[in-house]
Structures are given as C-alpha cells and as structure tokens.
Design a binder for this molecule. Sequence first.
Ligand code: G4P
Length: 520
Amino acid sequence: MENLQEEIQKRRTFAIISHPDAGKTTLTEKLLLYSGAIHTAGMVKGRKGRRAAASDWMAMEQERGISITSSAMQFTYKNTVINVLDTPGHEDFSEDTYRTLTAADCAIMVIDAAKGIEKQTRKLFEVCRLRKIPVMTFINKMDMPGREPLELMNEVETVLQIHSSAMNWPIGLGKEFRGVVDRRRGECLFFAKTSIGGSQKAEITRMPLESVGDSALQEELELLEMAGNPFSREDFLRGAVTPVFFASALTNFGVEPFFDAFIELAPSPGPRLADLPGGGEVVIDPLETPFSGYVFKLQANMDRRHRDSMAFIRICSGKFERDMTVRHHRLGRDVRLARPHSLAAGERSTLDAAFPGDVIGVINPGLFTIGDTLSLKGGFSFKPLPQFQPEIFARIFPKDVGKRKAFDKGVMQLIDEGAIQMLRSFEQERDLLFAAVGQLQFEVMQYRLRDEYGVETAFELLPYQCSAWVEGDLQKFKKPTSALLMQDRQGRPMALFSSQWEKQYCAQQNPQHQLIDVAV
Ligand code: G4P
C-alpha cells in the first residue's frame, strides 16, 4: 500500500494543447532531453528531412510529418514519472484529441508569443474547462519578436475567461531575451546559449533580483505585484487560474525551471467519479480502490509487424499486474489482460506492473470499445466519454461495388474505434452518412480503408457546417428547410445545419427543445 501511494504521488499524466507550430513537439522533445531519455534534441520529429519522430508510427503520419494518432510516452524526470499523452498537432483535429484529454490530469497550453491564442488552442482549452483539467500556460518563442508579455496575459484572460498569473517574467525580449525572474523565489535566472542551437541543456546562472540592478525590470515586477492575479495551487487545481511561464523551447531558455514548476504544481492522479448500475455514483480513489481503468482509445493495425488492434487503458486506481483477470463492466464478464504494453512512442515493451495515471495498451480481440470500464472487483463504470458535435459530413462509397463487404467491415471497425461517426436517416435505414469533427478524420478513414481493407472509396462532401443533438419531442420540432434530421448510432436525433446562423435560428424557433453540442 505504501509503495502504491508513493507510485501515485510521483506520477504526472498530462497532455500538451496548442495550435500547430506553437512548439508542442519542440517542448516535448526538451522534456525528453532534460529527463535524459534522449541526449541530443533536434531529432524527434520527421519534418524537413529530419529523422522520423518516435511517435510517427503510421505511414501516413510520416508522409505528412504530422501526428495523427494520440500516443502516450512514459519517462522519468527528476524522480517523477511523466506520462505524456500526445494529442495530434494539426489544424484539423478529431475526436481522438478530445478523448485523449479525458485521460489527462493536467494540460500544458503552449502559446506562440507572436501569435497569441489561436483557434485550436481555444477549442482544446474549452475541453479542459469542461473536464475541469487544470492548465499551465507556456508562452513560447520569447527569443523571437513577439507581443508584450502583459498583452499576452490579458489575451489569455479575455479570450479564455480564466485568470492568469505570471510565475516568471522575461528578462529582455526577442534577441535580448536572456533569462527569467522566478517571481516566487525573487531570483533571476540567466541562461547560457548552447553551442548547437538548443540541442543540449542550457546552463543557468542564478542571482538574487536585487543584485541585478535593473530598475526597469524592478518596476515592471512591482507593477505586476500590484495589478496581477495572485496564485494559489488550489485555484490552479480547480481551474480558476492558469500559471504563466515565459520561455523559449528551442533555445531551452526557461525550460528547466518550467519543468521543475510543472512537477511541483501539476496534480498526481486523483479520485474519479463512476456510476453504479442501479443509479447513484461512487468515488474511485486511486489508492483505496483496487485496479480500475477505462479504454480511451482504440486502434487497429497500429503496428505492421503485429497486425492487430490495441485498446489503450488509462489506469485510474490500484496496481495493475500483468495477466490480471478483470471485470469487463459492459460485457458483464471477466477478461484477462494478457500481454500488456507500455508505450515508448511506438516501441512496445511488455510491462509487469503499472499504476494510476499510466496508460497501458492491450491487444484487443474485439472485446473493447471506447469508454469501457475494467476493474478488479467490478460493480461500477466510469462516466461515459463526451461526444462532440460533428462539423463535417460526407457520403462515402466503395468505388468498386464488388468491394462492398470489405468496405462495410472496415467502416464498422473504424466506427467501433471512434475514428468516425455514422448517422442514419429516420425514414430509410440504409440511408447513411458519415460525420467528423475535422476533415482529417475523413482522410484517415479513406486512407485506412485503402491501406488496410483494400477498398478505394469515393467521397462526396455534404453542405452542412455544424450540428447538434436534439432533445425534446421530435414531433413538435420545427426543422429549418435546409437542415437535415438524422439519428446517431445510439438512436439519438441529430440536426445538421448549413450554417451557424441556421442553427441559432433553429434554437430560437424551438424554445421547447434543447440543441446540444457536447453529448455527455
Ligand atoms: P508544433 O509541434 O506545435 O507544431 O510545433 P514545433 O515544435 O514543430 O515547432 C514549430 C516551429 O517553431 C519549428 O520550426 C520550431 O523549430 C520552431 N520553434 C519551436 N519553439 C521555438 C522557440 O522557442 N523559438 C523559436 N525561434 N522557434 C521555435 P520550423 O522551422 O517549422 O521547423 P524546423 O525546421 O525547426 O523543424
């Protein structure tokens, strides 16, 4: 028990959220560098002819140099076990990203100092808010000309509606950026340029603030002291404030103090709520409740050498041991979790034990679907994972009608994995269409149907731009003429709209109904 408590306390499970190009990959790579998992930075990603990223395990990812699948990586930083859940860094994103966030206890939001809050960052932040995940803010690229630090903090507050509190303050901006003030310790940290552009750790020289004798800096800090938000760990953990750090991931300036603050401030795995079969809820405590976890991601054919499907389980409580037999709540039967794997970004290694906060991958012989609860004792299920309103809709057919069977099989597999949603007409059972939250989901679907099932597909994009689940009496629902009413896989009615305006108009026309964006 003592050992378990220790293991829980030293774990930090988090995801990095950002708009593409803000520096998520670079920061992840620096975490690996500072933890000693890699010795030279600059080789993790596959962009621009560099060596392929350790996490780029799908051929398509390599073709495009982006990360489509959400992988998990584990390593140790200063005695703390870090689990990074990789969320895809692409303009377009998918439900996978959302689900991955449900498995995180904390998020790091990376912002480009020149660009501020961008679209994808905002969307992902909303998911964190919904899930009550505390967020730390990393303002990156301070070595480049960018916006004023105060302006960036204000933008966080106004756009994301969360208090921001500066934990450090930059000394010099752009080319002059040479260090940060650690406000909590009243200390200046100056970083030495490393010879090969940030591929090695940056050495730090520490000096008391008073001894630096920079009156302009002193004044800025005094102003911040008076006008800025105070910081408390409790406020951060309940999502009321985000601690802000200024740094440059590329040059390593400010990176190590950020990681140190991260392991100090970020929460270790905490209790989660689960539903009881007869109604009511139960608290699942990571220490007190024997092993439990839930499937947050499925993926078929992940590794060409193995040609199998894997289920990714986030452990919520207790110790997991290899070959453990657990209760599969939905199926109401016991299953053996044989050959569990931990994931060092695509390199599978079999593990013997795992703890709350860890992610394990197990072979999925068709037993698991997204959201399934597994536990040693059974008798509860974790809250269903939220589903987000799709924004892109299409009809997809096999080009060769002779491939219908393979097409159906592939499509069902992708739907089971949660890679894509399928909607069905109320009138005609066979009238189907596919829905996704990002264009990329369709591209992945077509790619995988071709690559894994040998089916070339034709694609027809439909003229709908948003949707909502409809709650209320359907007989009385006044559907705008150009909207379409379909049902999802669970039979829930969903309205598809040609514009946001039409959706708002529909909401006004149907005050007795509720239009729901996130189905929980
Ligand atoms: P992402 O995963 O969020 O998409 O971003 P990524 O880390 O790939 O970074 C995007 C670009 O920004 C990269 O340049 C990267 O080197 C650069 N970058 C990241 N952090 C910093 C920083 O602190 N300062 C500066 N100046 N640049 C930074 P690129 O030219 O697109 O790619 P590459 O040739 O460096 O691979």
